[in-house]
Design a protein. Structure first.
Length: 441
């Protein structure tokens, strides 16, 4: 039986150096934003980033794949998720898109707390500023095609063990015929099995390229629903986010006062959202809140109820904790994903980047006992296993320990979340419909 890691990343130093300005800005926030409370001490944060860089030094995706294979064995397949980071750095107002250069200067002038932190920090800055692999101008290059080509090579070498997801940011359609490229690259017999979305990079989940026109014609979701192409989207309000302070948005944003999706131009007449908006929210949370709120996804699923979609991370640490220890109201993102899974036939979630280190306020065994075991069978069949490797490096967690903990907690159910359920989620992306139907029924 084949097992799957449905959520991982195989970025390399070439890809990271090409998007180094984006990563540096994220690291700057990670180090200095007190609202991002996943780690409170500077030394700990720097140590985690340094561990991330260790893996980022891989020469190609094959090297990282081999690291994963050494833990999983040859019976495992992986689903690498690509990301289009280019537009997250571009400011909406001409002449103001200097965020990247400002960030490099800001991070370079940061003063760590102690000598150990200093050397870890300098190693990080040197890597991204060009002393290690590339000249500074390359930091602002576009990694989109590089990622695609890297995944195509790996897929050609391991056709039955690598199932990549194609990176989609609707703003890419300004520079190329993105739908034509998707049709060429994604689907049965093609290099990519599905689509990867990351709305917090600066776009709405109801952008017309994705959602189609208000009359219901066109759009990526319609294409994916018609051909049963799976989508993985980031869920929750943590992680990575757009770096620009002014973002031009098409489609809807979440409107706090009404609690519903609202066309962006009803709030911002020029369609440009300026940050910060809420002082009590972190930079990352604000973007996720506006562009990736579950209320927005409800609108998508109402129009495309048969869409195959995985809400990665199950809403994230914060909402899972609140759902278990407070209420479904305060843990609303996790609660909404569970409701979507019960209501819509092809909605899934993965438990990825779930490091059971005691810092979350709850444990993996608690999630299994209080959520997984208490849901209906029809919902349990939609939980997936994912690692988020090599982002695990941020959490100072080895893939070996991570995988061992999941097997310990889920026991015989591991076969379902890592094999049966994932095979069901990916099935139409890997084989023609009639073959899978014959096999399943």
């Amino acid at each position: 039986m084949k097992y799957y890691d449905v959520h991982c990343h195989l970025f390399t130093h070439d890809i990271l150096s090409r998007t180094g300005s984006s990563i540096l800005s994220f690291l700057n926030r990670f180090l200095t934003d007190s609202k991002e409370d996943s780690c409170t001490d500077t030394d700990g944060r720097l140590r985690r980033i340094s561990g991330f860089i260790d893996t980022a030094l891989a020469d190609d995706a094959l090297e990282t794949f081999k690291e994963m294979e050494s833990v999983y064995g040859a019976h495992f397949a992986v689903c690498p998720l690509c990301m289009d980071l280019k537009y997250s750095m571009i400011d909406a107002r001409p002449g103001d898109d200097h965020t990247a250069a400002e960030t490099v200067a800001a991070v370079g002038s940061y003063e760590p707390d102690n000598r150990g932190s200093y050397w870890s920090f300098r190693r990080i800055v040197n890597f991204f500023s060009g002393n290690h692999y590339s000249a500074l101008p390359n930091m602002f290059a576009d990694s989109f095609l590089t990622q695609i080509e890297e995944m195509e090579r790996l897929k050609a070498r391991y056709p039955d063990r690598v199932y990549p997801f194609f990176p989609v940011d609707p703003r890419r359609n300004r520079d190329c015929d993105l739908m034509a490229l998707i049709k060429q690259k994604v689907g049965p017999g093609k290099p990519f099995v599905g689509i990867k979305l990351y709305p917090a990079l600066g776009f709405s989940v109801t952008d017309p390229f994705l959602y189609g026109s208000e009359k219901g014609s066109g759009g990526l979701y319609a294409y994916c629903e018609k051909y049963s192409i799976p989508i993985v989207t980031h869920s929750g309000f943590r992680g990575y986010a757009a770096l620009a302070k002014r973002i031009e948005v098409c489609g809807d944003i979440f409107h706090t006062e009404s609690g519903r999706p609202v066309p962006v131009r009803e709030i911002y007449p020029d369609g440009i959202v300026s940050f910060p908006i809420k002082e009590k929210m972190s930079e990352i949370t604000m973007r996720g809140y506006l562009f990736n709120h579950p209320v927005l996804w409800e609108k998508v699923l109402n129009r495309y109820p048969k869409l195959y979609i995985n809400f990665a991370h199950f809403g994230g640490d914060k909402f899972i904790y609140k759902y278990i220890h407070e209420s479904s109201t305060s843990g609303y993102y996790t609660a909404e994903i569970l409701r979507f899974m019960a209501k819509y036939p092809n909605v899934y979630t993965d438990l990825s980047c779930f490091v059971d280190n005691g810092k979350k306020g709850y444990s993996l065994s608690e999630v299994k006992k209080e959520i997984y075991d208490k849901t209906k069978l029809s919902v349990r069949k939609k939980f997936l296993y994912g690692s988020d490797y090599f982002i695990l490096k941020f959490k100072e967690c080895s893939l070996q320990n991570y995988y061992a903990r999941f097997r310990e907690v889920f026991g015989s159910e591991m076969r379902k979340i890592a094999s049966v359920n994932t095979g069901r989620f990916l099935r139409y992306g890997m084989k023609p419909k009639r073959i899978w139907r014959r096999w399943l029924w």
